[in-house]
Design a protein around this ligand. Sequence first.
Ligand SMILES: *Cc1c(COP(=O)(O)O)cnc(C)c1O
Length: 457
Amino acid sequence: MDTNPFRNLPSVDRLLQVEAVAALAARWGRDLTVEAIRETLDAARSVIRAGGAAPAETDLVAEVEARLAATLRPTLRPAINATGVIVHTNLGRAPLSAEARAAMDAVATGYSNLEYDLEAGRRGSRYVHAEELLCRLTGAEAALVVNNNAAAVLLMLMCFAQGREVIISRGQLVEIGGGFRIPDVMRQSGAQLVEVGTTNRTYARDYEAAITENTAALMRVHRSNFRLLGFTHEPALAELVALAESRGLLLLDDLGSGTLLDTAPYGLIHEPTIQESVAAGASLVSCSGDKLLGGPQAGIILGRADLIARLKKFPLTRALRVDKTTLAGLQATLRHYLLGEAVEKVPVWRMIAQGEEALAERAATWVRALEELGVSAQVIPGRSAVGGGSLPGETLPTRLVTLSVESPDAVAARLRAGEPPVIARIEADRLVFDPRTVLPEQEETLWQRIAKACNTT
Ligand SMILES: *Cc1c(COP(=O)(O)O)cnc(C)c1O
């Protein structure tokens, strides 16, 4: 052996001739493989410079393999959500129904009539696709779908209030998450924010007193992620609508989540529905497609036909337009509501509607399955959350499967690191898994992953 450890490192060419590496090059291409070899050798040289020994060839080969795998692995990949937070923004919000996925796949696979009028045989508009269903389900005159609700809010403000004033209650100047703050969006849109009332109490007369000839709209923003309790007041939407109408102003209603179904029958507080806002006479209502609606990411604007027509022609709309797969998925999701099957078919609603008994049964099955894999687990009562900027503080009773492991953090980290990643919750120093948000077809995989993460302790 040479006394110079650098010389003990093989060359790129020599490594390429090792059988396992040659197989990688044949499978993934020479360029990517050579790149992985170079990175591996660079890393080895750093180790040597720091006083270490040259790694053995088998270790180098293993690292080339690992580096190549890391390069090829998509950064965005499916995960198992065992947190019990149904609309989990960090985990991709709403899982889609089989029908929505099929509809998206169908238009993604080939061509479609996205902007083609089949009857007339000429150019059509992509905006017709979900509009009719949205109107039918909500009673709105017209509708427009854009990229997300943040885009919807920005678009409404830019189109109708740029350079003018928009009056909003101090109790509704919310930050949604990811830094989306209503005052910032207003500033960005060029609309001037006029705050009225106090944090806890705002009356219709506060809005009225703030109206000037430069006022464009009154705006209501749903407090989707926090709650005001105690000595509070805010005017009913109908009251604000009446005021806006009497002064020739628009009433913009950012509902946030947007739901077509009542949440109250599931033991949750009543989340304002889209239909209620439309019926109360809001000029325009906006909401997300992927919160309680349970569809793909989208921003939905509904309301007066003349206003929607102006939005469709507004230049910014083009920059916020949705993809064909989104429209297909949204349409298929809305069809579930039309058919009265949303609670059975839309995953978000199926998860909300899951009863304690069914959850207890699933949890017991998990414990038995884990037992067979050599993992001891127990069932404890717990709470799931709806999440995703809806129903703040509201929870649903559930059954949690808990593991008594020495280091919950270490097991949780291993669960996140594996494939597919599993995201669990740590509660009172215990690792817990909520069956509510785990899709039935993921159960088997989850048990395997848990067993593997525990048995390597
Ligand atoms: C979630 C939310 C938004 C942002 O919607 P996205 O679809 O995430 O862009 C805006 N306003 C309110 C009140 C919300 O709850």
